[in-house]
Design a protein around this ligand. Structure first.
Ligand code: NAD
Length: 491
């Protein structure tokens, strides 16, 4: 386990020697200490990234050359898949098979953006058809500059990859700050980048507190672009900081995503996707479908099966075989989720199952997967993100009512709809106000497809070619090709 900052190609302690604790959420044990970067350390990292961008030629390499590094990083992740997966489990708490999936996905993300970096070489510019044939015009894409990437704790290496891979592919250099509760695998990413010979300063990783290290990134005048995933409150601060000197900004924030299930759906399939939509990663998923709307004809039988299957989910240490629900990431998160369940009960909701600590777990931030029924529409349990294994289920009568209830939210990250009637499912998918809509499933995410939210769930899109666009400027180059003088002032 690494414990130092990675700045300008070297490992270094924090300049004031400060560290913070790494706690395994399954055991509550302090398993490590990591450097807590100061504003001065962040300044050094940004300056290194600036030099690597301005002088040392990273943006000047061809896309194909940059792609070679990205593929080497992908292979480096794969070569250490089991070891990195284990680090993710002891840091974040998620079950081993989930972490294994994330790490494979992270490697795939680097491969995917290697492909897009290569395509930048084959399509370096786009000719623009102009109505005026005295001019020819083209659009060229150029990297924005130094990217400051700030990520949350729910998918540590994957969120790092969603930002670092497209940024490097585009030719940007990066200062990455992982969440303070899950920094281990971001440091491994730096180690892999180092091993494959990524030039110094191209990727810098600064661990530490949001209000110190994160704030220093967003306030830094030499950072050109901020890419953030996390809470809406910090997202607002980032947008305000970006506004001061017009930094480019992309935000992936929270959600309270609906899942509309029509009564022609297969109940078994519906229950499986409801479970996957909320209990994967202990519900600590920005796109979790945490508001489930079930058409009244199947509400009772669906609830019965949902409760049965929810109670069957094996809870435990993510390193143990067969575990499908690990502990929440931290004490703070555990307490917040428990408080949200208590608030839901106080508002009149019924706990259909879960809601308490599982028996036999004296240590670790474990919580039984929870189904809430009768949740009032104006209660915070229905309107605000809980970010834990807690789903609110309500019946509805008509399609119109379901769409209105689903869209009645300040968030718009994701939504899901299930129906045997494909025409209806497609119609509802179009009517839902969300950046991602799943039909007959919930949560599968693909590196090739755009990811991001409507409304207060964010700005911009990650993944796919949209993810690369986040790190590119578009330059217009227009040439006057007529032999005739312009003839405005001089006739
Ligand atoms: P958070 O906003 O508290 O922290 C996210 C990151 O921001 C961390 O690295 C933190 O250190 C940093 N940070 C905190 N204060 C900062 C400041 N003043 N300046 C700069 N950086 C600062 O969120 P979290 O608790 O880590 O994650 C949970 C939230 O993230 C949830 O609301 C969830 O919905 C959201 N999320 C969204 C997505 C998505 O793709 N849309 C993905 C994961 C998580």
């Amino acid at each position: 386990m690494r414990s130092e900052l990675y700045i300008d190609g070297t490992w270094t302690p924090a300049s004031n020697g400060e560290t913070f604790e790494v706690i395994n959420p399954a055991t509550e044990e302090v398993i490590h200490h990591i450097a807590a970067a100061t504003a001065g350390d962040v300044d050094a990292a940004v300056k290194a990234a600036r030099r690597a961008f301005d002088n040392d030629g990273w943006p000047k390499l061809s896309g194909t050359e940059r792609a070679r590094y990205l593929r080497a990083i992908a292979n480096g992740i794969r070569a250490r898949q089991a070891e990195i997966t284990r680090l993710e489990v002891i840091d974040n708490g998620k079950p081993f098979p989930e972490a294994d999936w994330d790490i494979a996905d992270a490697a795939g993300c680097f491969d995917f953006y290697a492909g897009l970096a290569e395509q930048l070489d084959s399509n370096p510019e786009e000719t623009i058809a102009l109505a005026d044939d005295r001019f020819i015009s083209k659009a060229v894409r150029e990297p924005i500059g130094v990217a400051g990437a700030i990520i949350p704790w729910n998918y540590p290496l994957l969120m790092a990859s969603w930002k670092v891979a497209p940024a490097l592919a585009a030719g940007c250099t990066v200062v990455l700050k992982p969440a303070e509760v899950t920094s281990l695998t971001a440091l491994e990413l730096a180690a892999i980048a180092h091993e494959v010979g990524l030039p110094p300063g191209v990727l810098n990783v600064v661990t530490g507190a949001g209000p110190v290290a994160g704030q220093a990134i967003i306030d830094h005048s030499q950072v050109d672009k901020l890419a953030f995933t996390g809470s809406g409150s910090v997202g607002s601060k980032i947008m305000a900081a970006a506004a001061r000197d017009i930094k480019r900004v992309s935000l992936e924030l929270g959600g309270k995503s609906p899942f509309v299930i029509f009564e022609d759906s297969d109940i078994e399939k519906a229950v499986e996707w409801v479970l996957f939509g909320i209990f994967w990663n202990q519900g600590q998923v920005c796109s979790a479908t945490s508001r489930v709307l079930v058409q009244e004809g199947i509400y009772e039988p669906l609830m019965a099966r949902l409760i049965e299957e929810t109670n069957r989910i094996r809870i435990g240490n993510g390193l143990d075989d067969g575990v499908l629900l690990g502990p929440l990431v931290s004490k703070k998160q555990y307490e917040q989720v428990v408080a949200a369940i208590e608030a839901a009960k106080a508002a009149g909701a019924t706990v259909a199952c879960g809601g308490t600590r599982p028996e036999g777990f004296d240590k670790g931030y474990y919580l039984r997967p929870t189904v809430l029924a009768g949740v009032p529409l104006d209660s915070t349990a229905w309107t605000e993100e809980i970010f834990g294994p807690v789903v609110c289920v309500r019946p509805f009568r008509t399609e119109e009512e379901a769409v209105a209830l689903a869209n009645d939210s300040r968030f718009g990250l994701a939504a899901a709809v299930m129906s045997a009637d494909d025409v209806r499912a497609e119609r509802v998918a179009k009517a839902l106000s969300a950046g991602i809509v799943w039909i007959n499933c919930s949560q599968p995410t693909f590196t090739e497809a755009p990811w991001g939210g409507y409304k207060e769930s964010g700005i911009g899109r990650e993944l796919g070619r949209w993810g690369l666009d986040n790190y590119l400027e578009t330059k217009q180059i227009t040439k006057y090709v007529s032999e005739d003088p312009w003839g405005w002032y001089i006739k």
